[in-house]
Design a protein around this ligand. Structure first.
Ligand code: NCD
Length: 306
């Protein structure tokens, strides 16, 4: 069923209803215990990364190898024919002959949807400019579910660059399937775009927009920090003004509930002080990367097993 519904791939978090999310989290949970298997033997995954990546590409590639499959791809726009002026549509119509599924990251917001229109194999959006990053949001939910035991009923803060941050966008869209209170915390100039707020309003999700998190640390169950997206600013002076808006430190941690969890999609720059990492039960961003591997194994298996 999942395979049929997502036959064109995973482009946006909006494709997922609650049932789809619960299903893929269940499959992701099973994959936590599967180290190696042969279920994707003979299958080929193409990873086309036109933008930098550490976790997303390596976890997809590791997941593919661990399930017995193979990987082809490129990791810089400079070494592909994009450099010669080739369009996304032409690249996709070529690579689909060589693989069973394509994972693509591209600086254009519409890149993934465009790719899926031309492809006859599933496209997984691994980050489309300042648009979306749906598999990151799925792994974030797997992390919350496994670490907090539930998603419903939680007070969740999402902090940082809510204007350009694609992980924050996809996470907000997915959370709209749950009964949560969301606190969007950002400098005013980096607040969540209206299109995401309208979606949440339509779905009657309770949210508040604030500029500081310190006053609400004692009520939060999860705080999801994000990086200010330097590369998306047209004016670097504007970036300089907001780059240090938030630095979560040990004192902040002291004010949090016993079961509080601090998350981050990573990379972290200065928004979480490294001293915080030693509180390993509350700072779970490295564990989160492990859940990412499990979740991506589940996605690849669902999309590619015949
Ligand atoms: C994020 C991204 O690329 O959007 N990284 C990731 O995939 N874990 C977050 C970021 O770059 O800030």
């Amino acid at each position: 069923m999942f395979k049929e519904k997502f036959s064109e791939g995973i482009i946006s978090a909006k494709q997922f209803n609650r049932e789809d999310i619960e299903y893929i989290l269940k499959q992701g949970r099973k994959m936590i215990r599967v180290k190696n298997s042969h279920i994707l033997n003979g299958k080929i995954l193409a990873t086309l990364f036109f933008e930098p990546s550490t976790r997303t590409r390596l976890s997809f590639e590791s997941a593919m190898y661990r399930l017995g499959g193979n990987v082809i791809g490129f990791h810089s726009a400079d070494v592909s024919s994009f450099k010669k002026g080739e369009s996304i549509a032409d690249t996709i119509r070529t690579v689909q002959n060589y693989s069973d599924c394509i994972v693509m990251r591209n600086p254009l917001e519409g890149a993934a949807i465009l790719a899926s229109r031309f492809a006859n194999i599933p496209i997984i959006n691994a980050g489309s400019g300042s648009g979306e990053h749906p598999t990151q949001a799925l792994l974030d939910l797997l992390t919350i579910k496994e670490e907090c035991g539930t998603i419903d009923g939680l007070n969740i803060g999402i902090v940082g660059d809510l204007k350009y941050g694609r992980t924050a966008h996809s996470l907000s869209l997915l959370l709209s399937n749950f009964e949560v209170n969301i606190y969007f915390i950002s400098p005013r100039e980096l607040s969540l775009r209206n299109r995401y707020k309208a979606y949440l309003q339509e779905r009657k999700i309770k949210y508040k927009e604030i500029t500081r998190y310190r006053n609400i640390l004692d009520i939060l169950d999860v705080l999801y920090m994000t990086r200010i997206q330097k590369e998306r600013f047209v004016d670097q002076e504007e970036y300089e003004k907001v780059k240090s808006a938030y630095v979560f430190n040990e004192e902040d941690l002291e004010k949090t509930k016993e079961n509080f969890k601090l998350m981050h999609p990573l990379p972290r720059i200065t928004e979480i002080h490294p001293n915080v990492d030693t509180y390993s039960d509350k700072a779970i961003y490295f564990k989160q990367t492990g859940y990412g591997l499990a979740l991506r194994k589940a996605i690849l298996a669902e999309l590619m097993i015949d």
